[in-house]
Design a protein around this ligand. Structure first.
Ligand code: HGY
Ligand code: MN
Ligand code: MN
Ligand code: MN
Length: 419
């Protein structure tokens, strides 16, 4: 490393623990359960707290029309495209405390350590906290980074509704974020480089005893909503031959998703029906309508599409045999992202200099980096998570792995900011 980088591990871990208290999840015995839905009171408290930490360091702080937060350390040549890092602090229901937060608080600590170490960066260094990386409230992930990268139409975004049919436009205005969403987009030369520190959310690093992962590509996620409509009614009086049970049809569709994801034979093909809303949802009423949400991913978009084609053939057969209607709505179908070979090499050199073992790997989870790749050269740094577990309260990263990840991030930011 070009100069001494001292990460304040005690403060970093303490801040991760403080951030985890901004939640309304019930305490659990096997870890720290965090639920922090975008624009909820917990999310707003977390945002205000992060801004206070940043302001205390003398960094410039602002947010945009969708609530993305930008924390900037001006360089000696502030007109040059900045080097940026960051992640998210929203969390799905009953999640853990490290997903996303390691990249935000780790990025802040990297900047503070560099500043304490006397660095005068040529390029500004900017920390970004993205709005709504998780799809929980509005059904689509990476809302903030999609808008920054121009990959989501602003009017479509503002019209998205949560389960109470409140639109993003209304919810963000209530949270104090007004202005046109079109103003969120940043030009492709806005950043010189983008780096995200994140837990692996998988088992490979821990299994192989390697403390650091360098992400070479991010798998391509897609989301679909299926609505199945049949003929329901009284669970006692409606005889079996007269039923068009939407939940029974949904059950067959769910198993079809699993069958075709396995059938590609590729370990990179994954598909999940994560939600199933049954109408009217009464024990003594035959379901008349079911809405399923499909999350399907692959490193190869064509292979992902072949699973969808097979699923559509099964839907057609289901529709005819069960006399139900099945509508498919595309939520998102994204391309994969490749990391910048230059930034990966720079990270490899840092690891070599520090004799840190590392593994180059694919990210199967999506991240805001998937969209930042549309407007800047990117890379991601992974740290191990215990048993590969994530999106659960027992999600855990050790203080030493977290600190090492922040040290490598800080060193890479310093190098990129001097380019
Ligand atoms: O689902 C994902 O990959 C991310 O953690 N939101
Ligand atoms: Mn997540
Ligand atoms: Mn995440
Ligand atoms: Mn993610």
């Amino acid at each position: 490393m070009t100069h001494q980088i001292q990460i304040n591990q005690a403060r970093l871990i303490s801040e991760l623990q403080t951030l985890a208290t901004f939640t309304h999840a019930e305490p659990v015995s096997n870890g720290t359960s965090v639920t922090r839905i975008v624009f909820s009171a917990d999310d707003l408290r977390a945002r205000a707290w992060l801004k206070e930490l940043a302001a205390a360091e003398g960094f410039e702080v602002h947010d945009d029309a969708v609530g993305n937060i930008f924390i900037r350390w001006p360089g000696t040549e502030p007109e040059l495209p900045a080097v940026a890092t960051g992640s998210h602090t929203d969390a799905i229901p009953h999640a853990g405390m490290y997903d996303g937060t390691v990249g935000v608080l780790g990025g802040l600590e990297a900047m503070r350590a560099l500043k304490r170490g006397g660095l005068q960066p040529r390029r500004s260094i900017e920390l970004v906290m993205f709005t709504s990386e998780e799809p929980t409230r509005f059904g689509i992930g990476c809302l903030g980074s999609r808008l920054i990268s121009g990959t989501l139409d602003p009017s479509r975004a503002d019209a998205m509704q949560d389960k109470d049919e409140a639109t993003l436009a209304t919810v963000r205005a209530t949270a104090g974020f007004s202005g046109s969403l079109a103003s969120v987009q940043l030009p492709s030369n806005h950043y010189h480089a983008w780096l995200e520190l994140h837990i692996e959310q998988g088992p490979l690093l821990e299994r192989e005893g390697i403390p650091l992962g360098l992400v070479t590509s991010i798998a391509a996620p897609a989301g679909y909503r299926f609505t199945i409509t049949g003929f329901g009614g009284h669970a006692g009086a409606l005889l079996m031959p007269d039923r068009k049970d939407a939940l029974c049809a949904a059950a067959e569709l769910i198993l079809s998703v699993e069958k075709h994801a396995h059938a590609t034979g590729a370990i990179d093909t994954v598909a999940t029906i994560g939600t199933c809303d049954v109408h009217p949802g009464a024990v003594n009423s035959v379901p008349s309508r079911v809405v399923l949400q499909l999350d399907i991913r692959d490193t190869d978009p064509a292979r992902r599409e072949s699973v969808m084609q097979a699923l559509r053939r099964d839907c057609e057969e289901l529709r005819l045999r069960r006399k139900v209607t099945i509508t498919e709505e595309l939520v998102n179908a994204d391309a994969p992202a490749q990391s910048s070979p230059h930034i990966v090499e720079l990270l490899e050199q840092t690891c070599a200099d520090q004799k840190i073992p590392y593994k180059k790997m694919v990210s199967r989870a999506y991240h805001d980096s998937l969209f930042m790749a549309r407007i800047a050269p990117i890379a991601m740094i992974f740290i191990p998570c215990r048993n590969g577990v994530s999106h659960r309260p027992d999600e855990y990263a050790t203080p030493s792995d977290t600190t090492l990840g922040v040290e490598v991030l800080a060193s890479a930011l310093a190098k990129l900011a001097s380019e």
